[in-house]
Design a protein around this ligand. Structure first.
Ligand code: PLP
Length: 398
């Protein structure tokens, strides 16, 4: 018997459809019926790209900067990225150790394609960003999910990797975290770096939300360990969240020349590079005023400071104070019980159908019993959403 012509590649068999899709489809259908949905779902800034960055992109188009560029990105951009990490962390990545691509997601995918293959095991802490395990699976490797603890602030710990050290090829870290907002404290960053040094396990650090860090003291980047981890550290970042540039599709990685070279080889046969004008805009983003970034950070912090205490005053909801990113990740097990919901997917569905509040259930991030609420929406909408949640669930202790 011959295989059907529409047979899909085997590598897709292990890759799941997003559990968020159902909720998103319902939100869309409700909106189409004229319902005012309060959307805590989106993983993108509600701000527009700052004017100076837009102008740089528009000027690049007007100047016909619209031809192919270097696969790894224009030298000015890689230079600006190198200077940023040298200035802030004293890191020594050269321009041939930097690759830009079509968003942080694409760059992470290039890393997976360059490094992982069947038989490899890659550690990912849960709750995790949805694409980490799926990209590992698409490479043919196996994601090893390591739970974190709510009581420990969902902090990834080096000691939880130790039992797996023998068999791991790499670990993917994400601080501040999507979805929990957890930020790895400097001492644990040191321990994770030491773990990588001692074991040789590759450390992939996704620092997409580094600009939105609200705790006291500076953000703890793995870039500070660049010199001692040089042959085993890959640092990923993106312009999407920091500069509200999601649609421009531009992200980057810094790492050993051999790995960045392999990523370039793959990109040369795939996207070729990200858009020329987006690269010029990204140079302005890095070299121009950072005041707009600080203003966005302050506004996210204001929203967080309003949202979290209010969530904790709702019956059946308990929420940690996230130290970074723009997500709240409350434990909703009590509220699920009150509404007799067997899963947080079902709970999110009820919030959608009964009070038109869109959230993403914890199942999407590997931890049922929680919801992700983005606070990339106006404070008025946040308040309106909270009113609806209070109406449905009641006040704590009330
Ligand atoms: N990493 C994390 C943790 C994210 O949340 C996202 C986007 O949601 C990305 C990477 C990728 O963003 P982009 O591809 O827009 O740069």
């Amino acid at each position: 018997m011959t295989a059907p012509r529409d047979r899909l590649a085997g590598r897709l068999q292990a890759v799941g459809a997003s559990p968020t899709l159902q909720v998103m489809m319902e939100a869309k259908a409700l909106r189409a019926r004229g319902v005012d949905v309060i959307d805590f779902g989106p993983g993108e800034p509600d701000f527009n790209t700052p004017e100076n960055i837009k102008k740089a992109g528009a000027d690049a188009i007007a100047a016909d900067f619209s031809h192919y560029t270097e696969t790894s990105g224009i030298p000015e951009l890689r230079q600006a990225i190198a200077e940023h990490y040298r200035g802030r962390y004293g890191a020594d990545w050269g321009t041939d150790e930097i690759i830009t691509g079509c968003g942080g997601k694409n760059v992470l995918f290039l890393i997976a394609m360059a490094l992982f293959e069947p038989g490899d095991r890659v550690a990912i802490f849960a709750p995790y960003w949805v694409s980490f395990p799926e990209q590992v699976r698409l490479s043919g490797a196996e994601p090893v999910i390591i739970p974190t603890r709510e009581a420990d602030g969902f902090t990834p710990r080096a000691r939880d990797l130790e039992p797996h050290a023998e068999s791991l090829r790499a670990v993917i870290l994400n601080s501040p975290s999507n979805p929990s907002g957890a930020t790895i404290p400097p001492d644990e960053v040191g321990r994770l770096a030491e773990f990588s040094r001692a074991t040789g396990i590759l450390l992939i650090s996704d620092e997409t939300y580094d600009a939105f860090h609200y705790a006291d003291g500076p953000y703890a980047s793995f870039a500070a360990h660049e010199k001692s981890l040089h042959d085993r550290l890959l640092l990923v970042n993106s312009f999407s969240k920091t500069y509200a540039m999601t649609g421009w599709r531009i992200g980057y990685a810094l790492g050993p020349k051999s790995i960045v070279g392999a990523m370039n080889k793959i990109q040369s046969h795939d996207a070729t590079h990200t858009a020329a004008m987006a690269q010029v805009a990204a140079v302005e983003a890095m070299r121009g005023t950072q005041g707009t970034v600080l203003a966005m950070r302050d506004e996210y912090r204001r929203r967080r400071d309003e949202l979290i205490p209010a969530l904790n005053r709702i019956r059946g909801i308990r929420c940690l104070q996230p130290a970074g990113a723009f997500y709240a990740f409350p434990n909703v097990k009590g509220a699920m019980q009150a509404l007799r919901c067997p899963s947080s997917v079902e709970f999110a569905r009820r919030l959608m159908s009964e009070i038109a509040v869109a959230t993403v259930p914890g199942e999407a991030f590997g931890v049922p019993g929680y919801l992700r609420l983005s606070y990339a929406l106006s404070i008025e909408r946040i308040r309106a959403g909270l009113d609806r949640l209070r109406g449905l669930l009641g006040e704590a202790g009330g």
